[in-house]
Design a protein around this ligand. Sequence first.
Ligand code: SF4
Length: 257
Amino acid sequence: MHGYAPREWGAITISLDGLEQSHNWLRANNNSFDHAVKALDLIVSSKGLTYDVVTCVNRKNINELPELKHFLMSRKTKAWRLFTIAPIGRAANNSDMVLTPTELQRLMDFIAASRMKDGIAVTFSCEAYTGTYERRVRDSFFFCHAGIHIASVLIDGSISACPNIHRSFVQGNIYHEPFLDILDIWNNRFDVMRNREWMKTGICGHCKDYKHCGGGAMHLWNEKRETILTCIHKTMNNESVPHTRSLHVTAVPDAAE
Ligand code: SF4
């Protein structure tokens, strides 16, 4: 990679989901941490790349965040973005991946206290509205850019927005559409992501924060579109959300308690 990365290259993100044990647990691969750190060292030492490190915060790594921050600083990392784990895929039925209300608040407090300190930019991802933490955990107010400023081509050629959005939002496939129609797809078929009135239903339908949040992030809606799967703002306020109800978790004990 040295000497091969021109400035005009876009951005690259590397996932590091905790210290070695917790990262390898989440990735289900005993070699994953070593590979990720080698890639990180290469990326950081390249002068031409814009990059950041992403960490999916869960119940196994929430207590490691200060140590992980120091580890990243020791590798000269300049940008670190933290996510929670959406209840989709194999995370849908795993309560180890779901932060409790107290842990979510600890995560927000950690980010707010770490912002732009010690030479590393720490931010919360664009995944959710955070209520009173908005502007303290990221540079801009929450807004889901899927289908408005973001399009993507998935591994099977499907045309969508962010890769983790439910497949029912796919708007075509590069292998089946004439090449010249692809711009037309972007211009004319992304209405479901641009007119989000349909999101005002389920728990969002009678939420007093809807005017600020707009119905949350697109990846938290499934093909039924009856209600958002989870809500960080409501969870932090100890309000019930569909995902924790489906796990039959009313109160997950906190690690620190
Ligand atoms: S319930 Fe819906 S509208 Fe209200 S804060 Fe949560 S995601 Fe946003």
